[in-house]
Design a protein around this ligand. Structure first.
Ligand code: GAL
Length: 364
């Protein structure tokens, strides 16, 4: 029996076992772990990219559907059509202007993979593409898997050897709890997130425009037309970004059609103290009755409505149309490393990066 990392393994309870899930094109074996709870939820997470590949959730009638986008195999995840479905994203999630930043008076250039900017940690060895080591566990909260990966100094152009842990746990309260820890031997920017795309009617359903969204944010960070923050922090009031009370995604999205984001793709400055786990968002699909709540310790959330989905055929031969899924990526603000006025993303040697994100599910 594998040892628990978060406490004693429960008597009689078996931590989940990994199953083979094929190989990467580099020949690395990939494993898939299945977590289950008493509420009928099942989560599947693979070692490539510490990626959530499936999340099966009952609706108001007890009918179960997989509510996250993904692929059937590793080749799908490696394909050009994969837009970071379900992965652990980093070392620096979201954009860095022109891929340039300075740490301790030294300038760094990381790969520009979303011209003219750097996006989601790089090209070949970003965190979504590497194979993590898995260690299953079980505590009073439920079944989990802890993934670890150490990124060597200079990987994808980033300074410092970065040691990371991402643990996923499926709790008895129908929550998928994701906890991140990182340490570095040199100061380096770190901004990790999970990049799950949700459709609460089931992945592959045609749209999320009917989903009702609440986000507890009075402010957001406006961007230029390459989606880099201008540095301003503006009120959401009077804009289509005011989700302080519930609105259907489709209600005002057309007002954003002609912007660079072609829809919602914005960083919201979350209310409440960062570092404290607090409820920051709620999404309801009126048809199935499924409700997603999001809690985090992070200062921001990137709310993205799948505007760049392009009808790719993925898991179970389902098609992922434009705006057929949404992401709520808990994180620090985009391009923070070039904005001293934003909460810092620099992890100093000897300090510990921590981040908790809890996706909770119910039906009504
Ligand atoms: C999101 C980002 C979008 C897009 C997407 C991946 O996190 O906000 O602009 O890049 O990832 O396709």
């Amino acid at each position: 029996m594998a040892m628990s990392v978060l406490g004693a393994t429960m008597a009689g309870a078996e931590p989940p076992k990994g199953e083979p899930f094929g190989k990467t094109s580099r020949g690395e074996p990939v494993e898939l772990y299945t977590l289950k709870n008493k509420g009928g939820l099942t989560a599947k997470i693979m070692t490539r990219g510490a990626t959530l590949t499936e999340l099966n959730v009952p609706d108001k009638n007890g009918d179960v559907a997989d509510v996250v986008l993904g692929w059937d195999d590793v080749a799908g995840y490696e394909s050009a059509d994969n837009q970071y479905f379900g992965c652990t994203t980093g070392r620096v999630a979201n954009r860095i202007a022109k891929g340039k930043f300075t740490v301790l008076n030294k300038e760094y250039q990381v790969p520009v993979n979303n011209a003219p900017n750097a996006l989601h940690g790089g090209v070949e060895r970003s965190l979504d593409k590497v194979v993590w080591k898995a260690e299953p566990f079980e505590t009073h909260r439920g079944q989990g898997v802890k993934f670890t990966y150490t990124s060597p100094d200079g990987e994808e152009g980033y300074p410092g050897k970065l040691t990371m842990e991402v643990s996923y746990q499926l709790t008895g309260d129908n929550e998928l709890r994701i906890e991140y820890i990182a340490t570095s031997d040199r100061p380096t920017p770190v901004n990790l997130t999970n990049h799950s795309y949700f459709n609460l009617q089931g992945a592959g359903s045609p749209t999320v425009l009917d989903h009702e969204v609440t986000i507890h944010a009075d402010k957001y960070t406006p961007t230029d037309d390459t989606l880099i923050p201008t540095g301003k922090i503006d009120p959401v009031e009077g804009t289509p970004l005011d989700f302080r009370s519930a609105h259907k995604i489709g209600e005002r999205i057309e007002q954003l059609d002609k912007t660079a984001a072609i829809g919602y793709d914005h960083n919201f400055v979350l209310n409440g103290a960062s570092g404290t786990l607090r409820k920051i968002a709620r999404v309801k699909d009126p048809k199935s009755g499924r409700v997603l709540t999001v809690q985090t310790t992070e200062p921001g959330v990137q709310f993205y409505t799948g505007n760049f989905l392009k009808g790719q055929k993925a898991k179970g031969s389902k098609t992922y149309a434009h705006r057929s899924a949404l992401c709520l990526e808990t994180q620090h603000f985009p391009d923070s490393v070039n904005h001293p006025e934003f909460p810092t993303t620099i992890l100093k040697a000897g300090d510990k990066y921590t981040h908790i994100c809890v996706y909770g599910f119910s039906a009504e």
